[in-house]
Write a protein that binds this ligand. Structure first.
Ligand code: SF4
Ligand code: SF4
Length: 222
């Protein structure tokens, strides 16, 4: 899932303070799971903002809606008949939702209320860790299911660097060395021969760093 974290209330106030009528828009998907932008967070943020502006004696009206998804035309259409009532939308969706919204409703400013961080997993409540950088050419089959692209600080594809010490990454002692994890896992799977093989040269043109990508599926019809 996409993992995001809440922006500070001061940053949010700075981005919305010049508007009078604001739609605070949550999303029921990833940002709900990572407790950054779901219905609950919309309610808490709306109350905090109302309180702040009341104390400032500034009249700001905030409405709250949480859509099923903000990255889908179908759900964004649900606010079409009321979007013109607002001076701005404060979106708690990930950056995809914010942009989709901005594409769709050209005359309404949309500002983000969260920082989109990475593709990750929920380790436990309150802890999410990065697991994938959407490189577009998955190599997990040869690395024991552990991703060196997202979990090795140097994105090394053929074993650890010289800085790996006692299973920890040289970038931070708090981080496991991804390659140590890969070797341990391959050992456990009795697949250490995968480690001996030189990885194919990776085609980084399919990585998201090469510019925006599209996935077109002809087997999926409109
Ligand atoms: S190899 Fe690429 S697609 Fe596979 S998990 Fe890692 S970053 Fe994601
Ligand atoms: S110590 Fe391990 S995880 Fe850290 S950069 Fe080197 S190989 Fe990658």
């Amino acid at each position: 899932m996409i993992v995001a974290e809440k922006k500070s209330i001061n940053e949010i106030i700075e981005t919305i303070k010049d508007y009078n009528k604001i739609l605070l828009l949550g999303c029921n998907e990833c940002v709900t799971v990572c407790e950054a932008g779901g219905k609950k967070e919309v309610g808490v943020l709306a109350s905090a903002l109302r309180m702040y502006f009341l104390n400032q004696e500034k009249k700001i009206h905030i409405d709250e809606i949480t859509l099923e998804r903000q990255c889908d035309h179908e759900y964004l259409e649900e606010i079409r008949d009321r979007i013109d009532q607002y001076d701005a939308v404060l979106s708690l969706a990930c950056g995809v939702g914010v942009q989709f919204m901005a594409d769709k409703y050209l005359s309404t400013p949309v500002v983000p209320g969260v920082n989109t961080c990475f593709l990750g997993a929920t380790e436990k409540r309150g802890l999410w860790t990065e697991r994938c950088q959407a490189c577009g050419q998955c190599i997990l089959a040869s690395t024991g299911g552990i991703c060196p692209v997202s979990r090795c600080a140097k994105r090394l594809l053929n074993g650890p660097c010289g800085g790996s010490t006692k299973g920890k990454c040289e970038i931070s002692k708090e981080l496991d060395c991804a390659w140590q994890l890969i070797i341990d896992r391959l050992k456990a799977l009795n697949r250490l021969d995968d480690y001996e093989k030189l990885a194919d040269i990776k085609d980084w043109s399919s990585d998201r760093a090469g510019g925006p990508r599209k996935v077109v599926r002809e087997d999926v019809q409109e």
